[in-house]
Design a protein around this ligand. Structure first.
Ligand code: FAD
Length: 485
């Protein structure tokens, strides 16, 4: 059965008993669904909005080893992430894109994550070099993947817009990139169309009641108001920054939140030529990235506790946008920096009573809500396979593995302009239920077009049956900070 929303709702109507319910269709929930259904379990996944509408379409899109965690002495996290890169390269196919990152070290501008003493001019390049040597070692990297020293001349040949004054040394090292929302959608389609599981967006878990050995789950369709009741033997909540639903709210994991804004620049105005640049030091002592993304450029990110908007629709504030532009100008010779769109995502961080969100470790937790019900929170996109496997193993006490995901080329090849063929295909195979699902998460149309997709919302509504649903696409785009006027 194909992964259309109508098909998924029909399946739900014919089956109300599941081995496992997964709450949340971000990267963690989607991975858990694919892995569990591949192991023969009858699984239902629901998301109260679109799949990947939370942090999993709002990240910086790096599948990284996390070089910045070395100074925090998180060696096992870095080693694990570097090993994960190797596994994901095989499992994700074309959704795993190797990426070369330039790390320029300037006078009075050592790598912000290093202790202050190692940021001093005479030692900063050596300290960074040492970190890269250790990074290569922890990743067991062979020659072509190892970091390289780059001379100043070569640096400016490769990155002609990079600031020349005060550059002391630069290195190029290897990491990887993905397309976060397309990765989530590919995992879900694999789970539904190959493993025969069920995944439904815009279906909110209102409440959960424990009945003997089962959980009874009360679901409500956000688009039509129709209610459903199902039972499940076990539950995984992979609900990101959100509390557990209904009566379980009070026992939700304690989280801190931090907003991270990004800008999309049209084309390659900084002339990075499909490479990334690691900006070593921001005003608030962090690092930032300038990255290629599907023919355009992204800049990010900020790290602020007081994010703008809501948990469902955070947006990049004027201050954050100014901050991002200021830091690009600090490292690149560019007078006017134009951007076409911006987004913000909220990190779910484990509340370890550390004062600053910048300093909280980016690990994950798996908390037992009760015997057959767990909540996953925190973590990185890069660690999604490990986190999902760990959660399933904890719940079912057996081994699990992620299969190779399928179909990814189809969603990768969608055009970033409106056309019937991609729209119909995404409705039938990637569960598009509203215009913004297609504009923001199956394609990059809203991010990459001057009017953020405003003009085609009506065309999409007309071509599909989306006129009948209770969803205001214009308002949604506005809440995302996309349609300014
Ligand atoms: C700004 C930023 C940059 C980042 N950059 C990177 C990076 O470059 N590399 C990296 O490895 N990681 C990165 N991360 C981290 C990564 O994005 C997250 O760890 C990951 O996306 C979290 O996925 P998730 O599935 O746990 O949560 P989410 O993607 O947030 O999904 C949770 C889902 O649960 C749903 N939900 C909640 N409550 C209910 C309910 N009652 N009923 C139904 N559904 C519900 C929500 O609608 C949501 O879709 C970044 C994060 C942010 C915010």
């Amino acid at each position: 059965m194909t992964f259309s929303r109508n098909n998924q709702i029909n399946k739900l109507k014919n089956n109300d008993e599941y081995d496992l319910l997964i709450i949340g269709g971000g990267i963690i929930g989607a991975a858990a669904l694919t892995i569990a259904s591949n192991a023969g379990l009858n699984v239902l996944l629901v998301d109260k909005h679109d799949f990947a509408s939370g942090a999993s379409s709002r990240s910086t899109k790096l599948l990284h080893g996390g070089i910045r965690y070395l100074p925090q002495l998180q060696f096992s996290l870095v080693k694990e992430s570097l090993n994960e890169q190797k596994i994901l390269k095989k499992r994700l196919g074309s959704l795993y894109r190797p990426l070369k990152l330039l790390a320029p070290i300037y006078k009075n501008d050592g790598f912000a994550d290093l202790p202050k003493i190692f940021q001093k001019n005479f030692i900063a390049p050596f300290a960074f070099k040492l970190g890269l040597l250790f990074y290569d070692f922890l990743g067991g990297r062979k020659k072509p993947e190892k970091h390289k020293n780059i001379s100043k001349n070569n640096t400016f040949d490769l990155f002609p817009k990079l600031k020349k004054i005060n550059l002391k040394k630069s290195f190029i090292f290897q990491d990887a990139q993905t397309d976060d929302s397309k990765l989530v959608l590919s995992l879900l389609r694999t789970a539904v169309e190959i493993n025969n599981s069920t995944a439904i967006n815009y279906l909110n878990v209102k409440n959960i009641f424990k009945k003997n050995k089962f959980y009874e789950i009360h679901l409500r369709c956000v688009l039509t108001g129709v209610e459903y009741f199902v039972t499940a033997k076990k539950i995984i909540a992979a609900s990101g920054v959100h509390n557990l639903p209904g009566d379980y709210k009070e026992v939700s994991a304690k989280l801190k939140m931090s907003g991270g804004a990004h800008l999309v620049l049209k084309g390659d105005p900084l002339e990075i030529n499909n490479n990334g640049v690691f900006l070593p030091k921001t005003e608030d002592e962090r690092v930032m990235f300038v990255l290629p993304w599907n023919g355009n450029t992204i800049v990010g990110t900020t790290d602020i506790e007081e994010f703008s908007g809501t948990k469902d629709n955070p947006y990049a504030s004027k201050e954050e946008i100014d901050y991002l532009i200021r830091h690009v100008k600090k490292y690149f010779d560019i007078e006017k920096l134009e951007y076409i769109s911006s987004w913000s995502g909220i990190r779910a961080l484990i509340d370890d009573e550390n004062n600053s969100t910048k300093k909280i470790m980016r690990g994950h937790i798996i908390e037992e809500v009760d015997k057959n019900f767990i909540q996953i929170a925190g973590g990185k996109l890069t660690g999604f396979r490990l986190i999902a496997i760990e959660a399933l193993r904890q719940l079912f006490n057996k081994k699990f593995e992620l299969q190779n995901i399928e179909y990814q080329d189809q969603i990768i090849n969608y055009q970033n302009y409106y056309n019937f063929s991609d729209l119909d295909h995404s409705v039938n195979h990637y569960c598009v239920a509203t215009p913004v699902d297609y504009l923001l998460r199956r394609t990059n149309i809203s991010w990459f077009s001057e009017d953020n997709g405003k003009q085609i919302v009506k065309k999409i509504q007309k071509h599909t049956n989306f006129q009948d649903i209770d969803f205001d696409s214009f308002n949604y785009l506005k809440k995302e900070g996309l349609i300014i006027s």
